[in-house]
Design a binder for this molecule. Structure first.
Ligand code: PLP
Length: 449
């Protein structure tokens, strides 16, 4: 690969050309190259990939894949249908509604099911699952957008800031409420209330609140029931982002993190993170789908048909911004049918068991500390701070990653650099986690010498 730094090094270029002239007679005069796409994939693409499916991938949040998800994705590509409205592919729409109700039942989201008064839709990512439109309409449309305020915590995924910006909310009206180390970084209902009251006093209009179950930096969980009460009191839209940890909540012992979800207006989670579903797949449920449909629907002549006119069907084009959409439901359906609830719970629990063991290993080594209590399969840890060597943990991550034997990422929590160990890649087994810990210890030993 042409690394720009290397390429801009003049003397290297000159040496390279000199070598070429020296060897020019060794090459066949006329090129004998034949196009071979797979060989190019092996030679040119694979060296440039970060291997997200490697069992030694412990960075960010994983992108789970499975044979069932892969086969479902192949069927989706094979059919290549576009189900923008019911008539354009009835089975695609019907299956999506069924699968969203299946997932919703696994998570006990009774207020969000088609079989009740709610409903769900599949998007590609959390960012696409934008739900702000309802609140904008209720507050009198798009006028005075500069007065609207959006609330989240300083741990909320940056995707929500982007969405608010796209909606025209000025960045100065995005309140990133500070979280605290001592409580483990959840969004505090009291601080939320203070921020809302302050804004109202200044003539601003609170609009939308995002609470997270399983934040990206540390896996923190907002107290949904209490946040929901504040949102209801001020009649604001409450969205729950459970992108990563939502999958975990299919297990009865973790479901309590969703207590109070009935107070939310919408919730999203990503099966492409921790539910064995190949990318991309994000479930979004809305308690009152009509509000979303009213803000996003249109009725162009070329799409008019009797089914839509009857209002007895779902036209998913009215649940999203784009028109074209993939038949994502097929792969989620194959994953759920192939594995079933019991196996899916087993998958989540085995990742959590590996994370627990990793956490215990860290705890046994007095040079290290667990920085945030673990809730799911993410462990935030680091070498105990040493005044004389502030960036020790940053150096440790660099040493681990440059070894090529594992890949980890970091977060900064209350100004402290922490190493994140996210366990959940489908192929990861206990021996990979043990080898990771050995690698971490070895690299730490060299750094501390
Ligand atoms: N929300 C949370 C809590 C996340 O951790 C992430 C990604 O890691 C996202 C949202 C955005 O995810 P995606 O773009 O895959 O939907």
């Amino acid at each position: 690969p042409l690394d720009p730094v290397t390429f801009s090094n003049e003397s290297k270029v000159i040496d390279f050309i000199a070598d070429y002239y020296e060897n020019v007679e060794k090459y066949p005069v006329q090129s004998t190259v034949e196009p071979d796409i797979l060989e190019d994939v092996s030679n040119c693409i694979i060296p440039g990939l970060t291997h997200w499916q490697s069992p030694n991938f412990f960075a960010y949040f994983h992108a789970n894949a499975s044979t069932a998800g892969f086969l479902g994705e192949m069927l989706c590509s094979g059919f290549n249908v576009v189900g923008f409205n019911w008539i354009s592919s009835p089975a695609a729409t019907e299956l999506e509604s069924i699968v969203l109700d299946w997932m919703g039942k696994m998570l006990k989201l009774s207020y969000f099911l088609f079989s009740g008064t709610g409903g769900g839709v599949l998007h590609g990512s959390t960012c696409e699952a934008a739900t702000r439109d309802k609140a904008l309409k209720e507050l009198g449309g798009w006028e005075n957008i500069t007065k609207r305020v959006v609330y989240a915590s300083d741990q909320t995924h940056f995707t929500f800031q982007k969405t608010a910006k796209l909606a025209g909310i000025p960045p100065s009206n995005f309140r990133l409420i500070e979280t605290s180390f001592s409580t483990g970084f959840p969004l505090s209902p009291e601080n939320l209330r203070f921020a809302i009251e302050d804004d109202i006093k200044s003539g601003l209009v609170p609009l939308f609140l995002c609470a997270t179950i399983g934040t990206t930096p540390s896996g923190a969980v907002g107290p949904i029931a209490e946040l929901g009460k504040v949102a209801m009191e001020f009649k604001r839209w409450l969205h729950i982002d459970a992108a990563y940890a939502g999958s975990g909540c299919i297990c009865p012992e973790l479901r309590h993190y969703l207590d109070g979800v009935e107070l939310a207006n919408s919730i999203s989670m990503n099966p492409h993170k921790w539910f064995l579903t190949n990318m991309d797949c994000c479930c979004l449920w809305i308690k009152e789908p009509k509000l979303l449909v009213d803000s996003l629907s249109n009725d162009p002549e070329i799409l008019r048909n009797n089914a839509s006119k009857s209002k007895a069907v779902v036209d998913y084009k009215d649940w999203q911004i784009a028109l074209t959409r993939r038949f994502r439901a097929l792969k989620l359906w194959v994953v759920i049918r192939r594995h079933g609830l019991a196996n899916l719970m087993y998958h989540i629990r085995s990742d959590i068991a590996m994370a627990k063991r990793f956490e215990a290993l860290v705890g046994e080594d007095e040079r290290f500390e667990i920085v945030v209590p673990r809730k799911f399969a993410l462990v935030c840890f680091g070498l105990k701070p040493k005044v004389e060597e502030e960036d020790l943990n940053c150096k440790l991550v660099e040493a681990i990653n440059s070894s090529g034997r594992a890949f980890m990422s970091h977060a900064v929590l209350s100004g402290i650099y922490v190493i994140r160990c996210a366990i959940g890649t489908t192929l990861t087994q206990q021996h990979h986690v043990d080898a990771l810990w050995k690698l971490i210890q070895d690299k730490a030993q060299s750094l501390l010498m």
